[in-house]
Structures are given as C-alpha cells and as structure tokens.
Write a protein that binds this ligand. Structure first.
Ligand code: FES
Ligand code: FES
Length: 171
C-alpha cells in the first residue's frame, strides 16, 4: 500500500505521519490524531460539521486530502480555547444558547470565527450568507446569528478598549 509522509501542525503541535494518498483530512484528524471534536455529518460536502481552519481560513476537512495539508497549519475546535478559557466565539455560542444537539456546533464555530476574520462587523444577512455552508437541523439558526453578532460586538468592544484579542487566535 502506497504511503506518503506528511508533516502538519495541528492545534499548535507538529505531527509527522505516514498516510495513504486517498485519506481525507477529516479522517486524518479523527482517526490518526484522535481529534474527534471535528465531526462528519454527511458524505456530500454539504453539512460543514467537519470545518477546520487551514492556515487560518475555514475549509471543510472532508473536501481535501490529508496530503494537501502537508506543511500547513490546521486548527480544529479543540485548539481554539486559550489558557484562560473558551474562545470568545465559544462563549458567545454558550451564552446565546446557539446549539441544541450540538452536532453542527464545532464546524459552525470554526466557520463563524473565519466569518468575523473576513468581516468583523457583519449584519444578520451577512452572517446568514457567511454560514450558508454550515447546516443546523435543530436551532433554526436564530440563536446562531445572535451568537455571531454578540461575538462581533465583544470583539469590537475589545478593539475599542485597546485590548484586542484577534478573532481566530486563542485568547
Ligand atoms: S462532513 Fe459534511 S461537509 Fe464535511
Ligand atoms: S444544534 Fe443540532 S444540528 Fe445544529
């Protein structure tokens, strides 16, 4: 069986592994590294449950091969909390009751962080458009939108106070 050696930094730790060229990034994260916080919700690249950041930009990790992440930096839901606690987006989801079953939540949070990186002050429609690649079967999206707005306001407040914690970076 052909194997390729890859070196990937995941959640701040460098890993070197032998992988089959056909192994998906999401499989590598879950099965090789045990990062099961990144979920698989479909086999059609539609749901977004597998969303992670590749060099800071959100990607569906079921849509790329592990070998394509060679030499890159991957951040999963398991790598965004800081020493002081939850990432501001995790806190916003918690405080705004933006989840029910929670299956979409890891991917939704990773996509939301990237959304604010691109547009720190999105309105409701921009949030809905920005998250259209992430499906939620439970919440009706209302509280997810509220959570992202709330995270945006929190980040804006921090910038105003000169105590910026960049969205997408561990606090
Ligand atoms: S598992 Fe559904 S989009 Fe990746
Ligand atoms: S909270 Fe259940 S799928 Fe979103």
């Amino acid at each position: 069986m052909v194997q390729t050696t890859i070196t990937v930094t995941v959640d701040g730790t460098s890993y070197t592994d032998q992988v089959e060229p056909r192994m998906l990034l999401v499989q590598y994260l879950r099965e090789t590294l045990g990062k099961t916080g990144t979920l698989i919700g479909c086999d059609t690249s539609n749901c977004g449950a597998c969303t992670v950041h590749l060099d800071g930009v959100s990607v569906k990790s079921c849509t790329m091969f592990a070998v394509q992440a060679d030499g890159h930096e991957v951040t999963t839901i398991e790598g965004i909390a800081g020493a002081d606690g939850l990432h501001p987006m995790q806190t916003a989801f918690h405080e705004n009751h933006a989840l029910q079953c929670g299956f979409c939540t890891p991917g939704m949070i990773m996509a939301s962080i990237d959304l604010l990186r691109e547009n720190p002050n999105p309105d409701e429609q921009m949030i809905r458009d920005g998250l259209e690649g992430n499906l939620c079967r439970c919440t009706g999206y209302q509280n997810i939108v509220k959570a992202v707005r709330s995270a945006a306001e929190t980040e804006a407040a921090k910038v105003e106070l000169g105590a910026t914690i960049p969205v997408g970076q561990p606090s």
